[in-house]
Structure formats: structure tokens, C-alpha cells
Ligand binder design. Sequence first.
Ligand code: NAP
Length: 493
Amino acid sequence: MDQTYLNFINGEWIAGGADQWDDNRNPARPSEIIGRSTRSSAIDIDKAIIAAQRAQHEWARKPRPARGAIIDAAAKILRGKVDAVAEALTREEGKNLNEARGEVLKAVNVLEFTASEGRRPTGDVIPSEMPNTFIYTTRAPLGVVGIITPWNFPVCIPAWKIGPALLEGNTIVFKPASLTPATAALLVKCFEEAGLPKGVLNLVYGSGSTIGNLIVGDARIKAISFTGSNEVGMDLNAKAAKRLARTQLEMGGKNPVIVLADADLDQAVEATVMGAFGSTGQRCTATSRVIIERPLHKAFVEKLVVRARAIKVGDGLKDTSVMGPVVDEKQFNSVLAGIETAKKEGAKLLCGGERVGAPGPDAGYFIAPTVFDDVKPAMRIAREEVFGPVLAIVPVDGFEEAFKVANDVEYGLSSSVYTKDIQRIMQYAERIETGMLHVNSPTVGGEAQAPFGGVKATGLGGREMGSTGPEFFCEIKTVYIDYNSTVRKGNLY
Ligand code: NAP
């Protein structure tokens, strides 16, 4: 062990008052302790909120392009550390180095894009019904905001929340996932090195149930941007609503790929492999269902299983590994439990379904790419998020049934359709209940300049990323200026 991760409060790296530490373990070799993170106390959270409150006025007074310039400087610093941050990410979260590099570069893109938004218009000029009256809108920050993030994209997701929150003139109390403390510290250091004033961005470690809860319950925190599970997000939302705090929630997914009979088979198979097993299936946009028209079913399944079996599973730091471990023992057991449930419900296991490598105290949390066929839409494997390398194939009779099955889940994050038929493509775009949809491309991914987020039980509170990203973090003010030289008479409406 060579690292300790300290809180960053009011510009200083300090140990939490709880005098307790949490081990940061490598999921590929759980006995390897990479470092330990400090555990915060209620007093630390109070200090972080006070620091953020004190810093907020000055930060908001800085011209918007100047705030953007600091975000841009942080992006450049992060770009210079891509390899180091990617390695820390692989070590603590498990995804392979290529995927980790991709995530860090995406965070750079997001910060660069957010910085560039600092030079774009922020309001509208609106025509007035009254003479000599000028109406315009402008933006105001919310104040101190809380940012609570998951372990599966521990660089990118914080970056796409922190950047827009800062751009709008807010100050931040940031609580990362307990499983990924190293990358949180590395990201915050980029902002420190970029010259962000003291107190503007504060990092606090500790468990969600204690520290996260304190952030959610504190009246000084005006808004909370959360990404994580539905269970936590819905509870957080209910608590925040009681004190009228604004919330933004990005939660689970059960993302389908619809493969129609005229699809390009190879293209659909490759996209499914990438979507289902990339990042070990631990992406909110991961493909977890294939809804396929029967004429293509047999050929698709044969090709898919060959591809899934060929995936090399292993330590993400090794060049040979295509798929890394799941993040920890709890997630490992949860994925295996999901597999057992699918078997009991009668889904047909085609490949995987078990751990890779012998069990033992230092055995990594590796699970073989798993494919279930003949899945019925009512089965839990077709409805619930597993969040691991597990795919359910649901054969259907036709386009209408494909839609019905695709939309018949509580989630609505991402989806794909594979077809060459323009009419069906347009109908798909109109009727699919997901916030992001792909035509002849995988369910995963999203570009920095495009809005990201889900509908139904997946998301609430507006889209992240793109030029919509900052909207959550500001109030709109409408300004009426009366430049009449005479006293105005008549009715006011
Ligand atoms: P999680 O268990 O809900 O945790 C998310 C964050 O919330 C962590 O920082 C966690 O802290 C904190 N937390 C836990 N309990 C809390 C409480 N009572 N009050 C306040 N904060 C609390 O989710 P996860 O397991 O990290 O992430 C996986 C989930 O995230 C999946 O469901 C996935 O689909 C979803 N996700 C969604 C998107 C999207 O954009 N839609 C993107 C990525 C991931 P601790 O780590 O200390 O528990």
C-alpha cells in the first residue's frame, strides 16, 4: 500500500475527523490494497459546506469566460496525466487500460466542451408587448451544490457534473463512491493545479449512508446531482424534496438492442458484444437485452456465442485482457445471484454463467461473458439491471412485438435498432422510450457535446453533458427594463 486519500476542504488536503480509514482494493487481486481513504465525520462535512459557502460569492463574481478558463486549464492538466489516471482507474475499478484511457479522454472532452460554453450566450432577448421595454433572461447560480457519484465511471461522471456546476458559479461538496477514491483525488488535483480558488471544490470521503446522507439532508446544499442506483436515488430524491432541494438523478438501465430480420448480422453481433461485455457490462448504457426477430435468431446466437467465448477475461492491467473483473465482492455475488435466478426461471444458459479462475482469498472477481437465450419478457433477467457481463436474448415475432418488449421495463436510458428499413428506423425513433437511441450502432457511449440521460425510472432533473448540462445548476432570471421617459398608466397584467 502506498497511497492515502485525504479530504480536500478549503484548499487543503486533510484527514477526516473520524480517524478511520477504508481500504482501496484491486478487484483483480483483492488482497492488494492500493491505498486507503479517510473517513469523514459530520464536522468535516460542516467544514466543507462552510468553505463552499464562503467561496461562492467571489467565484460567482468571476466572469463566466474566466470560470471557463479554469475548467479548460483543468482539462489540459488531466490530458497530461491520461496514462497515470487511467492506470489508477484500472487498478481500483477493474476496467481494462484501453477502456480506462477512453474514460479519462472523455472526461477531458467534457471539460473542454464545458469550458467553451463559458463564451457562449446564456440568455434570450424577448420582445415585449409594452413600448420601450426590454426583456431578457440571465442565469444565476444555485449556491453550494452536492455531487454524489458511482464507481463505474469515477473520472468521467464527476467531471461532467463538476464542470457545469462550476461554470454556473456554484461551489461544490463532492462525495465520490467509496470504491474509487484514487481517481476522485486525481481529478480534484487537476482543478487545484488549474488554480481553482480555495473552497470552490471540496472533496469528502466516507460512506453514502452516513456522509452522502448528511449532504442530502443539509439545508445549505441547494441542489444535488446524483448518479447511481435507483434504490439510493429515489430515497435521496424523497429526502431532498422535503426541503425543496433540486435533484438531478441518473440511475439504472435495461438497455435493449432490437435486431430486425433485415439487419446486417455481423454488425449487430459486434455491437452487441461491445455493448454487453465492454467495461465488464458495468455501464449504465450496457446492452443487457437483445430483442430479435425469429428469422435471424439462430444465426445471431451462433455467432454471438463464438464471440463471447473468445473474450479474454483477466487483470485489466495486462495487454491480453479484453474484459476485467467486476468491481468488488458484493457486486460479484450480486451478478452471480442474477445468473442463478435466470437459470431457475428457465432461461437457457448458452455460455458463461460462472466465475473465471479458481476461488481463493486472492481470486479476482472475474465472471465469464454470459448469454441467456429463450428469455421471456416477464423473467427477472429481462427486467432487472444485473450490472455485469450478462445478456438476455428475447426472440420475438415481428416489429410490433419488439417494441412492446423493449418498452415494457421500468427503465429508459439507451437502446439500439439494427435494420436497413428507413420507415422502421423513423418509427423506432418516435416510439422507443429511451433518452438516447442508436441506429445501427451500440447502446453504449455518448459524446461530450450531446445531451446524455434517461427517461422513466432512469432519469430525472434534465440532461447531463452537452449544452444542456449546465442548465440544472442555475436559475433563470427574467429581467424587465422599462426605459419610458413618462409615467406609465393603465392596467398591469
Ligand atoms: P449507488 O450504490 O447508488 O451509489 C452511488 C453513490 O451514492 C455513491 O457515492 C454512494 O456512496 C452514494 N450513496 C449510497 N447511499 C447513499 C445515501 N443513503 N445517501 C446519499 N448517497 C448515498 O450506485 P453504484 O453501485 O455506485 O453505481 C451503480 C449504479 O449506477 C447502477 O445502477 C448504474 O446503472 C448506475 N449508473 C447510472 C448512470 C446513468 O447515467 N444513468 C451512469 C453510471 C451508473 P458509497 O459508494 O459510499 O456507497
